[in-house]
Design a protein around this ligand. Structure first.
Ligand code: FES
Length: 120
């Protein structure tokens, strides 16, 4: 999903300190399971927790640089673009994410997504 950041609603989902450096957490959102990844330099990314190969849990993979290696068959997924790297083809959705007050992680969700949940 490539949404315009200006159109999203920011939802606090936890704290940066809850995620180990080079680690990840899975959060359940109206869009499904989303992986929140923290790099060695404290950059945070949000992508679907569902490998484009066979659905492996990317949050259980190894974070290196700005990528994660899937624990099942070692596909490498770029955390910024959601694209599989190297010879592998496929991608996962990326979501807007930011850190405020130095420690609060906020995920950007489209108002339409949130409205659908409220209606459902
Ligand atoms: S399921 Fe991720 S590499 Fe196969």
């Amino acid at each position: 999903m490539n949404v315009h950041v200006s159109s999203v609603q920011w939802i606090a989902i936890g704290n940066l300190s809850d995620i180990p450096v080079r680690g990840a957490r899975c959060v359940v959102t109206p869009l499904g399971k989303i992986g929140i990844f923290r790099t060695a330099s404290d950059t945070v990314f949000a992508i679907e927790d569902h490998c484009p190969h066979k659905g492996g849990p990317l949050t259980q993979g190894i974070v290196h640089g700005r990528s994660v290696t899937c624990p099942l068959h070692n596909w490498v997924i770029d955390l910024e673009t959601g694209q599989a790297q190297g010879a592998d083809e496929g991608s996962v959705e990326t979501l807007p994410i930011r850190v405020t007050d130095g420690d609060v992680i906020e995920l950007g969700l489209e108002p339409a997504t949130l409205a659908a949940v409220a209606d459902g």
